[in-house]
Design a protein around this ligand. Structure first.
Ligand SMILES: Nc1ncnc2c1ncn2[C@@H]1O[C@H](COP(=O)(O)OP(=O)(O)OP(=O)(O)O)[C@@H](O)[C@H]1O
Length: 329
């Protein structure tokens, strides 16, 4: 973890920089990168908790690591290879990403399977070839899956259990989890976390887990990584966190986020006072992030685009301003 870089390193991020492309497929000219100056090394066996406020860039980082966004090959190495360019990393199951669109479909070794069709859990879990039967049995037990469940008739949490079970069938070397345990009941979550811990301790797998739910996580991570505004703020072993703070994990993270929010507010106030736009990442000609509704309204008021705005966009996350309307992403 941190600057250590040895033969056991499973993830090496060096000077990562990333900007989402605009509507023309290219980063908007002059835009500030969303992710910048990001360096991190993770070693075999690390269980890393990725924390940060909404919009900090956690999903973006996990997707880059999962090979879903292209970056220069030297910026991100997973198991010594470029996750985006080396598709064998995911198809072999060595690199596994569970999150995002995966919540709707099951992504298994590069294939997406709709999760709501009329199919039994058994068919899903036994329909995949080349799986160690012992591992499958263990996962079915850990996630307490009833093989007779019909996927279109089960609850969200039951469906999620089958999904997670599918996702973990192949013995991954690097696992990226993006807030996937939200629907699980306390028992399922605890058992899954125990299983994942064992995978790291016994097989030397590495896991990065992005979550806002700290319940039951107190003793799970070996490291914690805190990201704010796409920049790495902290990457430390959990022992260090415990040494420096006697607060619970949740309270510790809460204190970091409060400090960040107060600093953000102060910065915005200062920018406003000096006549600069309140939000740094606002209308850039094609895309609005940050406070999109506010920035979009300001952009339109300033004559940058003829907008079709109404109250329904307030509070939404992402907009593209086209020449005559605001499109929600
Ligand atoms: N496809 C996209 N195009 C443009 N900007 C995007 C896109 N996806 C996300 N963003 C922006 O990137 C920033 C980081 O988003 P990201 O989803 O990585 O944050 P996060 O830390 O995972 O947030 P949360 O905790 O809410 O899930 C946000 O400001 C968001 O608006």
């Amino acid at each position: 973890m941190g600057e250590k870089n040895n033969s056991e390193s499973t993830i090496v991020i060096k000077g990562l920089k990333f900007t989402y492309p605009g509507i023309d497929g290219h980063p908007p000219p002059g835009s500030t990168p969303l992710i910048q100056d990001f360096n991190l090394t993770l070693n075999s066996g690390d269980r890393c908790l990725l924390v940060g406020s909404n919009g900090a860039g956690k999903t973006t980082i996990l997707k880059i690591l999962g090979g879903k966004h292209m970056v220069e090959p030297d910026m991100v190495r997973v198991l010594g290879r470029s996750a985006f360019h080396d598709t064998a990393l995911t198809s072999s199951g060595d690199l596994c990403y569970l999150g995002g669109e995966w919540r709707r479909d099951v992504a298994f070794a590069g294939f997406d399977v709709p999760i709501q069709m009329d199919v039994s859990a058994e068919k899903m879990l036994f329909g995949v070839g080349g799986i160690d039967p012992g591992r499958r049995e263990e996962l079915i037990k850990v996630l307490d899956v009833d093989l007779s469940w019909r996927m279109h008739k089960v609850s969200d949490g039951q469906r999620r259990r089958v999904q997670i079970c599918m996702g973990l069938l192949k013995p991954f070397k690097v696992l990226l989890l993006d807030e996937i345990t939200v629907d699980l009941d306390v028992l399922a979550r605890a058992d899954l976390l125990r299983f994942l811990r064992k995978e790291c301790e016994e097989r030397g797998a590495s896991i990065i887990y992005a979550t806002h739910i700290f319940d039951g996580l107190e003793d799970w991570p070996s490291n914690i990584v805190y990201v704010a505004r796409g920049r790495l703020q902290l990457a430390i072993p959990m022992d260090k966190v415990k040494e420096t703070s006697n607060l619970s994990l949740m309270r510790t993270v809460e204190s970091w986020l409060r400090k960040e929010r107060d600093e953000d507010r102060k910065r915005r106030k200062e920018r406003k006072a000096s006549g600069l736009p309140e939000f740094e990442r606002q209308f850039d000609g094609s895309r609005v992030t940050g406070d999109p509704a506010g920035a979009a309204i300001r952009a339109v008021n300033n004559g940058w685009a003829a907008g079709r705005l109404n109250s329904t966009i307030a509070g939404e996350e992402n907009f593209v301003l086209s020449s005559n309307r605001v499109l929600r992403q």
